[in-house]
Design a protein. Structure first.
Length: 268
């Protein structure tokens, strides 16, 4: 992108819900000066149960309209499901750089000592051929145990609203890994949904201290920083969070949004 980019042009972070806030937290560490618009497609949640065609049409359509309205310098699909399905189409639609979110299989493969890696994602993510490709490229000779844990999305959203998240509920959501015949060998778990790091403490308690939880948030933030290197940043107004869902429900997240610098909340 040319260096003449408007200094106030935001980075647009898009997610099906609030999972992308884990990416925003990492971006604030790496690029604190960048103006941000965080877009939550709460009206479309959950993506994991939708067909590939539904996700592609919805994500490409929304990001096209958001790009026209907000004029971002870069868009980030801070959602594993949307990225593994719709990233190619979105890159065709938008005329700005688009950063996707992919399961952190490569770093997990480098970290594992036993060679047995768990992967938690939505139903849509765990079945994608994209994940097969990542496994072949980066985890050859290792064992990747995939488990769809859509309940964790709901629990993460509840946690951000200030609700208690029972460990038993988290344990049930990941029981497919905990009860696997090779569960005792799992020493690394990929959190292949941006919602899941919001439950890092609970997941850590359930899996125990011998299991390392890996997500891609910091890598995504560094990629955004690399693609905007040399550009000027100027925050002319407070950063904005928008939702496609009911505004009253989204306002319940205001304390957490404010912690991340999103002090304006609007309906898209």
């Amino acid at each position: 992108m040319p260096s003449t980019v408007d200094p106030s042009a935001p980075v647009l972070l898009f997610d099906s819900g609030v999972g992308g806030l884990s990416v925003l937290a990492a971006l604030r560490e790496v690029l604190p000066q960048a103006p941000v618009i965080y877009a939550a497609d709460e009206a479309g949640l959950p993506y994991g149960t939708k067909s590939e065609a539904q996700v592609t049409a919805r994500v490409a359509g929304l990001l096209g309209r958001m790009s026209e309205r907000y004029r971002p310098r870069l868009a980030c699909i801070a959602c594993n499901t949307a990225s593994t399905i719709a990233l190619g189409m979105v890159r065709e639609v938008l005329e700005i750089p688009v950063v996707g979110t992919v399961p952190a299989i490569k770093p997990a493969a480098a970290l594992t000592r036993t060679g047995v890696i768990g992967l938690l994602g939505t139903e849509a993510t765990v079945r994608q051929s994209y994940v097969d490709d990542l496994e072949r490229a980066h985890a050859a000779g290792k064992t990747l145990l995939r488990h769809a844990a859509p309940e964790l999305v709901t629990l993460a959203e509840a946690r951000l609203r200030g609700e208690a998240v029972p460990l038993d509920a988290v344990r049930r959501a990941v029981s497919g890994l905990l009860d696997h015949p090779r569960a005792a060998e799992i020493d690394t778990v990929v959190l292949a949904c941006t919602h899941f790091p919001l439950l890092r403490d609970e997941l850590g308690a359930v899996f125990g201290p011998g299991v390392t939880l890996v997500d891609g948030a910091l890598g995504i933030a560094r990629r955004i920083a690399a693609l905007t290197e040399g550009q000027a940043f100027e925050r002319r107004e407070p950063d904005l969070a928008v939702t496609t869902g009911p505004l009253d429900e989204f306002r319940a997240l205001a304390p957490r949004l404010c912690e991340l610098g999103l002090t304006r909340i609007e309906k898209f």
